[in-house]
Design a protein around this ligand. Structure first.
Ligand SMILES: Nc1nc2c(ncn2[C@@H]2O[C@H](COP(=O)(O)OP(=O)(O)O)[C@@H](O)[C@H]2O)c(=O)[nH]1
Ligand SMILES: [Mg+2]
Length: 339
């Protein structure tokens, strides 16, 4: 399933006057728009964004950016207004969702391979958002691209976390047996059981990967609440010590305002607890947005998370099988948001 498939089948027929854009019917045509014309309309638009799970603060900011673009515009008709508003909104949202820097993991893994250095990705986030499941999907994707993966079991906290990963490794190797890959076992688990220091295990896993020519190390971490200071400190240490090539924040697409709180605090913790210089402080490099299959048109978390971090949504989880991993389709998200 591509993200396009979640567009309503009648998307193209949704008239420019329907839904959101009927809000703009009240704008007087044939005049130059001023603040009092657009204020009531943008207020309704803000509510609509919030109803689609865009965090309140970000909905306000988006509205003010649209407002500045609308004020002073001369519009001749209702159609004129809707098309100006649609274009302005689309432009702002597309700009937001289009990564400023291109992240090409396969290319970067290849480069690391060339330098004989395993490429490490850390998965972090609160409890139950889908870190381990989507880590397994990312493994599957990497194996399909013929890379050997070492999964580091650094959730040494939650009972069953290691066994969950072992089961994934077993399934993944069954789907991609050594016979299909020149006799090589494509995915292994590095584990040291429970209760140990996660940063240490990650370090040993990366060492192990280097010695045994794994291309990628995927570091699973324990879920933690953004306000839990000791656990946030431990995550910052893991990242500081191991300098992963990529730190992915895993977040549920279901959340609204909460997403912003999580991201702001995860980023702050990584910045505060790293004693590195600004130049190599490791922050969140990208977002893995899970459970996208469960949200209908409430796609606002994608907007909020990108807005807060300025970082790309690298993957979107769209279900519970290994193949349910996608790239973000910014166009589809914007369409769903504006219908
Ligand atoms: N529908 C759906 N469920 C998901 C997705 N990703 C993860 N899950 C489910 O979310 C639950 C928690 O996942 P888990 O990986 O254990 O979360 P963790 O605590 O963050 O490691 C499991 O039941 C997963 O199957 C997704 O993209 N879509
Ligand atoms: Mg987990």
């Amino acid at each position: 399933m591509s993200l396009y498939n979640i567009l309503p089948s009648n998307f193209n027929e949704i008239s420019s006057c329907s839904g959101l854009f009927s809000l703009f019917q009240s704008l007087v045509s044939g005049k130059t728009l001023d603040a009092s014309d657009v204020a009531p309309v943008l207020e309704k638009f803000r509510d609509l964004l919030i109803a689609k799970n865009v965090a309140a603060e970000i909905a306000s900011k988006l509205c003010s950016s649209v407002e500045t673009k609308l004020i002073g515009k001369h519009v001749g008709s209702f159609e004129g207004v809707t098309s100006v508003v649609r274009a302005t909104l689309t432009e702002s949202l597309m700009l937001l969702l289009t990564p400023k820097r291109r992240l090409d993991i396969l290319r970067d893994v290849r480069e690391a391979q060339h330098n004989r250095k395993p490429y490490a990705i850390t998965f972090c986030g609160v409890n139950g958002v889908g870190k381990s499941t989507n880590l397994a999907k990312v493994s599957f994707w990497l194996i399909e691209n013929n890379f050997r993966v070492l999964i580091a079991a650094c959730d040494t906290f939650r009972a069953g976390a290691v066994e969950q990963l072992r089961t994934h490794v077993h399934h993944l190797n069954a789907l991609h047996p050594p016979e299909k890959h020149g006799g090589k076992t494509m995915v292994h688990l590095y584990e040291q059981g429970y209760g140990k220091d996660a940063a240490d295990i990650a370090r040993m896993a990366i060492d192990h990967a280097r010695k045994h020519t794994f291309d990628v190390v995927l570091i699973d971490t324990a879920g933690r609440m953004q306000d839990n200071e000791p656990l946030m400190r431990a995550l910052a240490k893991l990242i500081l010590v191991n300098e992963p090539d990529l730190t992915l924040f895993v977040g549920e697409a279901l959340v609204g305002n909460e997403a912003v709180d999580q991201l702001v605090k995860f980023n702050k913790a990584l910045a505060n607890h790293s004693n590195a210089t600004n130049a190599n402080t490791h922050m969140i490099d990208g977002i893995l947005l899970t459970k996208f299959d469960t949200i209908d048109d409430k796609v606002g978390a994608a907007i909020s998370m990108t807005y807060i971090t300025g970082q790309p949504i690298v993957f979107v989880g769209t279900g519970q099988t290994y193949a349910d991993l996608r790239n973000l389709d910014a166009k589809a998200v914007v369409h769903l948001l504006m219908q």
